[in-house]
Design a protein around this ligand. Structure first.
Ligand SMILES: [Fe+2]
Length: 225
């Protein structure tokens, strides 16, 4: 259980990767909401950093939802009872509801990266809170219901295939490198230690190589948060 997590359903599959990425999404939305509230509209340089950071968040979220919609929910659909089916259909529908909210936030960040506009900042403040609430509700729904189905209906071998797809899948080399410090950021110390032990030395090396640059960019983007 990581901070903010709603449930960790028991079963044969190791859902660590899923929980790590959910933790990063929750953390980001919270930090973006704080940054949008506190960053003055005229700080165009900071908004540029926030805009870049928002696009990075969007890439990871899009990739995560795409894998779920393409490789997890469809496999489960053939195996679950009607109530399970309703849960899985809700997962895909919720992804569809979140996308336009995130797009609206993205256009707010892009505008503020180009020019100061206090009205845009204020409407972005409302939108980002709404997007955060929606995404949090979705992640909790997924953790409490959809992942129960993953544990019940997918074998460890099948889950392994999903994990491999989502690790390599649509990520460019650059994005994979960016994902390492992004996932590690603000993880509780015990979880970080456990992850480093589980993943082996390659992760530790990649983290060492990437964390400095990541933290510098975070400091710029979230300096008012
Ligand atoms: Fe997920």
């Amino acid at each position: 259980m990581l901070p903010g997590q709603a449930a960790a359903p028991d079963g044969p599959n190791d859902l660590t990767g899923m929980f790590l990425i959910h933790h990063a999404f929750r953390r980001d939305l919270r930090r973006f909401a704080a940054a949008v509230t506190a960053t003055p509209a005229h700080e165009t340089r900071v908004w540029r950093a926030l805009d870049r950071r928002w696009r990075m968040f969007g890439t990871f979220l899009h990739h995560h939802h795409t894998i779920e919609d393409a490789a997890i929910w469809p496999v489960l659909l053939g195996r679950v009872d009607p109530s399970g089916r309703a849960t899985l259909e809700a997962m895909e529908a919720e992804h569809g509801e979140i996308d336009p909210l995130l797009e609206a936030c993205g256009s707010g960040f892009a505008t503020l990266a180009a020019r100061p506009d206090e009205d845009v900042r204020r409407s972005l403040e409302i939108r980002i809170v709404a997007a955060g609430e929606r995404l949090n509700a979705h992640l909790a729904h997924e953790e409490t219901e959809a992942l129960v189905l993953v544990q019940k209906h997918l074998t460890a071998d099948e889950w392994q295939v999903v994990e491999e797809k989502s690790a390599k899948g649509a990520y460019s080399f650059r994005e994979s490198m960016a994902a390492v410090p992004w996932v590690m950021h603000e993880l509780p110390a015990d979880a970080r230690k456990r992850l480093l032990k589980m993943a082996g030395p390659v992760l530790a090396v990649l983290w060492r190589l990437t964390r400095g640059g990541f933290l510098r960019r975070e400091t710029t983007a979230f300096r008012y948060a």
